[in-house]
Design a protein around this ligand. Structure first.
Ligand code: GMT
Length: 375
């Protein structure tokens, strides 16, 4: 099949899922066309059947906001015609489903019918899309998609609760490419980060308010009172400076490392002992899954789709949002001795392997096949 994928090309989970999906589909013989404003960060290499088409938005001083949706839908029309793309798969409703629908309509005028699959990822529903200024357009574009998928059961329920949705929503969970984690060449340089007796605790995100970064710091603060530990913070975003300030105030700067954005997540996770994800809301928690497949147990909040990924007392622990005391106690329970930590590490890996990419990609293929019958 020739599949057009629209996504955010950034480190955010939706972009990562879209990119990994596209790469996996290309390995299964499909021709993939990424259509976005920058080459996706996780896109390893372009090949015969992976293409990237850049959406350019010309700057014009009259516009306070440059019309990205317009440029995207025009690019979609051009690319569908040029490459005979058969299916459009848009990740994140805003504004991709809206632009995709406009492209479909324009193509129809030229006698071309193309189905559009929309995958809902989380903040497009729970935070941004739900805003009254966007809600009518988001509702419309979800209802006008030929097939709608969501990355967790919890996100499906939120979508049905928050929007007037007439379409069936299929749950297809996010996934992980296990073969990448089993790479024997991963250079696990634990010694560079901490001494043997120190535990390594990690947080990876885009440092938005929803991630409750101050809770990450407070959980670590409580843990390091009891055991020797280092906190590694990976990612960039508006809350980095707030976190740095809190770290200074608590006097723990020598034990906290801010690494910025990284494409070497597996290298960092391979020496991590615990992963913290105390988010306010989280439709799935791909970062937790990436930690788990690297054998890192997770301390998370029990919000959104996290209970579908992290299993209480098995791959980690879940607590109410904001309960940093309980989260720290649970972290200490996991880290208390070698045997317990080893068991949780093993369990985290086992739990994560349920989300094997090889089981999930055929579900998307089936969706594309069905979508083709709908137009
Ligand atoms: O919150 C993020 O990390 C970014 C955001 C995105 O849209 O890229 O992530 C959302 O989609 C991910 C992939 O499906 C999910 O794993 C995240 O849980 C979800 N974020 C939220 O719901 C806050």
């Amino acid at each position: 099949m020739k599949i057009g994928i629209v996504c955010y090309p950034t480190f955010g989970g939706s972009g990562v899922v879209a990119t990994e999906l596209g790469m996996a589909l290309s390995k299964r013989g499909h021709e993939i066309h990424f259509i976005t404003y920058k080459q996706p960060v996780r896109l390893e290499q372009l090949s015969n059947n992976i293409h990237y088409h850049e959406v350019n938005v010309p700057e014009y001083p009259l516009f306070h906001y440059q019309p990205y949706e317009l440029a995207l839908s025009s690019k979609l029309v051009d690319m569908v015609k040029l490459h005979q793309i058969e299916v459009l798969h848009v990740h994140y409703a805003i504004p991709h489903a809206y632009a995709g629908y406009m492209a479909k309509k324009m193509l129809r005028e030229e006698g071309i019918d193309i189905p559009m699959v929309t995958t809902l990822h989380g903040t497009d529903i729970t935070l941004v899309g739900n805003h009254p200024f966007y809600k009518p357009a988001v509702t419309f574009s979800i209802n006008k998609s030929d097939v709608v998928t969501s990355v967790s059961q919890s996100l499906k329920e939120d979508t049905l609760k928050l929007f007037d949705i007439k379409k069936d929503i299929k749950v297809i969970p996010n996934f992980i490419d296990i073969s990448k984690q089993d790479n024997p060449f991963t250079d696990c340089q634990r010694g560079l980060m901490a001494s043997d007796e120190e535990k390594i605790i990690t947080h990876i995100s885009n440092f938005r308010k929803v991630k409750r970064i101050d809770d990450v710091v407070k959980i670590f603060y409580n843990i390091q009172k009891k055991i020797k530990a280092k906190l590694i913070m990976v990612g960039e975003g508006p809350e980095v400076s707030v976190a740095k300030q809190l770290v200074n105030e608590l006097g723990i700067s020598s034990n906290v490392l801010f690494l910025g954005e990284s494409n070497e997540i597996n290298k960092i996770l391979c020496f991590s002992d615990l992963f913290l994800l105390p988010s306010e809301s989280e439709s799935f928690g791909l970062a937790a899954l990436e930690a788990m497949i690297n054998g890192v147990p997770v301390i998370s909040s029990n919000t959104g789709g996290l209970p579908e990924v992290n299993k209480q007392g098995y791959s980690g622990y879940l607590s109410n949002v904001g309960d940093v005391e309980e989260m720290a106690e649970n972290g200490l329970k996991i880290l208390k001795d070698k045997e317990t930590l080893a068991l949780f590490k093993e369990n985290a890996k086992k739990m994560a392997s349920k989300f094997d990419i090889n089981a999930i990609v055929p579900l998307y293929e089936e969706i594309y096949e069905n979508a083709l019958q709908l137009v």
